[in-house]
Design a protein around this ligand. Structure first.
Ligand code: ZN
Length: 276
């Protein structure tokens, strides 16, 4: 979900996505996960159509959601020069944003959509994250030639801004909140949409990665960051913390919404000045 295709190794998302409720069984190494093992190719994931990976998402469903997403944000004039490309035939597990001339292009590859555990809610979250790279604002990555919001800021934008509005317009893409999410969100729909979508997406990423086998949880939180690194992904738990913080802010709406310190150190101000 960054601008380099093979950055997806870091961004690969985790599933165990029972719509009925969270399944917090221990995560296993991808080679021991029957959903994942057939698709490991040298530490990346290749989900060819002929291998019949078991995602429920069809090309038609993906194209419809992407079209709805694009039209929604285009209409609101927030996505000038944005393009969203779906390459269904591409077997690799990735979604990413990049600049092509004046255009910001979000690309979603078929392998990502065919990965078992993929759902409309996760695709919506992914598009929101990628849109966040483009219009999410400061803080920015410091990679030369890439004027993109950081990974943490893209998640924060997705959770706080993009997901609640998209869910309001297209509730059919969002699953009913689990009991755990309902308890946190206390009947507030925006909160529930962001938290459900963020949790499902981070679990999906975690399943399809070689990074961490300790399942993320709404009951824990990542430690405060010691060394702010604008060009790196926060940990999976921290990414869930970012969505959780956004959800709680949507629930309380008390005007202040600082990001969690696992991503943005407490002593810094937020939002930072442009160019930070
Ligand atoms: Zn990203």
């Amino acid at each position: 979900m960054s601008f380099k295709p093979f950055n997806f190794l870091l961004l690969v998302l985790s599933g165990i996505l029972s719509l009925a409720g969270p399944a917090y069984s221990a995560l296993v190494h991808p080679k021991d996960d029957p959903d994942v093992a057939p698709h490991i190719q040298r530490k990346y994931f290749e989900l060819r159509q002929e291998d019949r990976p078991r995602s429920d998402m069809t090309e038609l469903q993906a194209r419809q959601l992407i079209s709805d997403f694009f039209d929604f944000f285009k209409l609101q004039d927030e996505a000038a020069n944005l393009k969203i490309d779906l390459d269904w035939g591409n077997p690799y597990l990735s979604a990413h944003a990049e600049m092509r001339g004046a255009a910001s292009v979000v690309t979603v590859w078929g392998g990502f959509l065919r990965a078992p555990g993929m759902s409309p809610m996760i695709l919506a979250t992914t598009l929101c994250h990628e849109l966040g790279h483009v219009i999410g604002g400061a803080p920015y990555q410091t990679i030369k030639g890439a004027e993109f919001s950081t990974e943490g800021q893209s998640d924060f934008f997705a959770g706080l801004n993009c997901l609640p509005r998209f869910a309001h317009a297209f509730p059919q893409y969002f699953s009913d909140p689990t009991a755990e999410v309902q308890e946190i969100c206390q009947g507030k729909n925006d909160c529930a949409s962001t938290l459900s979508a963020g949790l499902a997406t981070v679990q999906f990423m975690q399943k399809w990665s070689f990074v961490s086998y300790e399942p993320v949880s709404l009951k824990s939180s990542a430690p405060e960051v010691q060394d702010y690194r604008p060009n790196y992904y926060p940990s999976f738990q921290c990414r869930l913390d970012i969505f959780s913080r956004a959800a709680v802010c949507l629930r309380d709406r008390n005007g202040k919404c600082p990001p969690p310190t696992c991503w943005w150190p407490q002593e810094r101000t937020y939002p930072p000045t442009e160019g930070a």
